[in-house]
Design a protein around this ligand. Structure first.
Ligand code: UTP
Length: 288
């Protein structure tokens, strides 16, 4: 498996006005645009053919990975690790109306063809070990099954996520999926295993997406097609044990920033010392 679909055509309204013009995927997590974390996770998993589902407002992403040789030379002279990924092939398809994540993934059909493929939602920044996408690709290749990533969330939080109904554990941290439920109320949730934006899917998904009726808001939901897929060929859920940050939300973005800053090779120690002083100074207010 070489191909991964990366949908980035959403409007990013939760970050307006910051993302009215700038793609949220280009907001820096310390010193790298957020999108780079997803691209590098894909490349580490051997997914070197990347198809971005993009839109008019996201041109900067395309430009970011198109590094001209003179800039590359200059950066090398300055000792800066560059954004070029020479081993990767980047492709771009426009979704000219935001008709939903399912619609966006469906636009990949001509490029992906009849092969299994991965989908990665770059809002979810995943920090291992282990490497989530690498583990999922291996699991899919070993079992021949579709795989979705999940993580445990607080039971009160389930209504913000898609949640799976596990029917058994195939092996440690790998669940058989009975069903997928979009944003259940806490009292009706079949588990607290929330879906993370990482998938390995069969080419059949495209036919199911075409057959999926738009939901209330007129959007085609990926989860609806995955439910249909699961009825035909039950999927596996890989429980990712690392850290997950929803950088599409302001709080998740700030949390990822703090974690990555603390681990930064040059800034980490100084930033962590600052943070410790700052938290200590603020603590009485939070204890009250
Ligand atoms: P979200 O539901 O988070 O929407 O999309 P969004 O527009 O990105 O952000 P908010 O909610 O307005 O702040 C989940 C993923 O699906 C993609 C998004 O780019 C994101 O990766 N998406 C969503 C599309 O590519 N097209 C769509 O029509 C909708």
């Amino acid at each position: 498996m070489r191909k991964v679909v990366v949908p980035v055509a959403g409007l990013g309204t939760r970050f307006w006005p910051a993302t009215a013009v700038l793609p949220k995927e280009m907001l820096p997590l310390v010193d790298r645009p957020a999108i780079e974390y997803t691209v590098d996770e894909a490349l580490r998993a051997g997914l070197d053919d990347l198809l971005f589902i993009t839109s008019r407002a996201k041109r900067a992403i395309e430009d970011h990975f198109d590094v001209p040789p003179d800039i590359e030379r200059l950066a090398t002279e300055k000792g800066i690790a560059l954004t070029a990924r020479p081993e990767a092939r980047f492709h771009f398809v426009r979704q000219n109306r935001p008709l939903g994540l399912g619609h966006a993934v469906g636009l990949a059909e001509a490029h992906v063809g009849g092969e299994p493929f991965a989908v990665m939602l770059p809002d979810d920044v995943l920090l291992g070990p282990p490497d989530c996408m690498t583990a999922m690709v291996r699991l899919a290749e070993r079992t021949g099954r579709a795989v979705v990533a999940v993580r445990r969330v607080e039971p009160a939080q389930v209504s913000a996520y898609g949640v799976i109904r596990p029917t058994g554990e195939l092996e440690r941290g790998v669940y058989e999926v009975g069903d997928l439920v979009e944003k259940p109320s806490p009292d009706r949730a079949p588990s607290n295993l929330a879906i993370v934006g990482r998938y390995v899917l069969p080419a059949d998904t495209f036919r199911l997406l075409r057959e999926t009726a738009p939901a209330v808001a007129g959007e085609i939901q990926l989860t609806d097609a995955l439910r249909a897929l699961n009825r035909q060929r039950p999927m596996l859920a890989y429980h990712f044990p690392g850290r997950v940050f929803d950088t599409g939300s302001k709080l998740g973005f700030l949390q990822a920033t703090v974690e990555l800053a603390m681990e930064h090779p040059q800034l980490g120690a100084e930033f962590a010392a600052y943070l410790a002083r700052r938290v200590e100074a603020a603590a009485p207010a939070y204890r009250a």
